[in-house]
Design a protein around this ligand. Structure first.
Ligand code: NAI
Ligand code: MG
Length: 369
């Protein structure tokens, strides 16, 4: 098979800083694990606007469509706040998601033991937690028509949004969740509000049908999304993969993420349809933004971006064992007590820099051999 290709779009603010650390990791896998990537770099967000006058050039978009995976840092910053909406840095990211048709958004909530004290929940509720929320990303109430604010027959203004899902939209994100479950704990819980929403009734039917016809060996359960929110806070370890729509997924993935601590720790992936080589179209990125308040100071936590690369190893490049290796290296440096500033408790301490954290993870990788 040809060398897998990776397009790096570091973006703005702390994006390039955390990406420098990811490059160290990528180079390590090339040198020590014989896992070479054909890496190219390009501009996105404000960085692209500065050069091209648009937050994503057409040629960059075309490249993103061709590679096996895109790894993005972050976009945006105060310098660009007054730009016209059409060329704002965020539009670069939205264009990537839309044109690559990335309908399946993966947000893991993983609790490293060393950080279990960081959670607002009891330590034994979160220690060792490893769940995955799959959120439908390109349809549902954020996109459904009709929408808008208008004046109704009584002369009163009304705001309208429409939740709309087709069978094929539900089926494809369900498949994505079942495929993930097969590589994890083999369990999917689907969440909707079939008790009060027709789109929820269809959601439940279609997920069940995809299960029965294509994934009968994966354990499937259904839960109302509000009860799901309660269960996520009460006993999150009962879940493996959760699949849900765009709106509920937006809320539930944020709830689940905060079970485990800092924004600086959270990776994500957005997957689309399989390409000719069988790999899904894929964009990996940390959940955090460009953090202008700490940019340029060597304070950013690179772990969210490094764990995003671990997701790429697992979900784009079929290197689950190497993804485990990288996650264990992260776990080891945390267990050794290394903390960037965002991981310091109120009692303080001496935080390490972005590059020191990256170097320590590389050293932990070396130690894993
Ligand atoms: P943010 O995620 O950039 O920062 C929120 C807070 O978390 C800040 O105090 C920041 O210092 C801290 N933080 C974030 N990532 C960190 C890391 N890796 N290590 C240590 N601390 C970290 O969100 P904010 O401040 O709302 O937005 C800043 C800019 O980023 C805006 O222009 C916004 O539009 C953009 N943004 C971009 C996103 C993306 O590229 N996907 C997502 C969210 C915001
Ligand atoms: Mg959200």
């Amino acid at each position: 098979m040809s060398t897998p290709s990776l397009l790096i779009l570091a973006g703005d603010g702390i994006g390039p800083e955390v990406m420098t650390e990811v490059r160290k990791i990528i180079d390590w896998f090339g040198a020590k694990r014989d896992l070479a990537f054909d890496v190219s770099e390009d501009l996105v967000g404000g960085a692209a606007y500065d050069v091209h006058g648009v937050p994503l050039a057409d040629e960059t978009m075309a490249k993103a469509q061709e590679v096996d995976a895109v790894l993005l840092g972050a976009v945006g910053g105060p310098k660009y706040d007054d730009l016209d909406f059409s060329v704002k840095p965020e539009r670069g990211l939205l264009r990537l998601r839309k044109e690559m048709d990335l309908f399946s958004n993966l947000r893991p909530a993983q609790c490293f033991d060393a950080l279990a004290d960081f959670s607002s929940l009891k330590k034994d509720v979160v220690a060792g937690l490893d769940i995955m929320i799959v959120r439908e990303l390109t349809s549902g109430i954020y996109f459904g028509e009709p929408r808008g604010i208008s004046v109704n027959a009584n002369g009163e203004r009304e705001g309208v949004n429409t939740q709309r899902y087709t069978e094929s939209e539900i089926a494809r994100v369900a498949r994505s969740a079942f495929e993930l479950a097969k590589r994890r704990g083999n369990k999917v819980c689907s969440m909707e509000k079939a008790n009060v929403m027709e789109s929820g009734i269809l959601w439940r039917e279609v997920v069940q049908k995809v299960h029965d016809e294509e994934y009968p060996d994966v354990e499937l359960s259904h839960m109302y999304a509000d009860a799901g929110g309660m269960q996520l806070c009460r006993w999150p370890k009962q879940f493996d993969v959760i699949v849900t729509d765009n709106l509920f997924g937006d809320l539930l993935s944020d709830v689940a993420a905060m079970l485990t601590g800092s924004l600086g720790m959270l990776p994500s992936a957005s997957l689309g349809a399989p390409m000719e080589n069988g790999r899904p179209k894929a964009l990996y990125e940390p959940v955090h933004g460009s953090a202008p308040d700490i940019a340029g100071q060597g304070k950013a936590n690179p772990i969210a971006c490094i764990l995003s690369f671990a997701m790429a190893l697992r979900y784009s490049f079929d290197q689950g064992a190497e993804a485990d290796r990288l996650e264990k290296a992260v776990e080891k440096v945390l267990a050794d007590g290394l903390r960037t500033a965002d991981l310091m408790g109120p009692e303080g301490g001496s935080p390490v820099s972005t590059s020191a954290m990256g170097d320590a993870i590389v050293a932990a990788l070396d130690a894993s051999l």
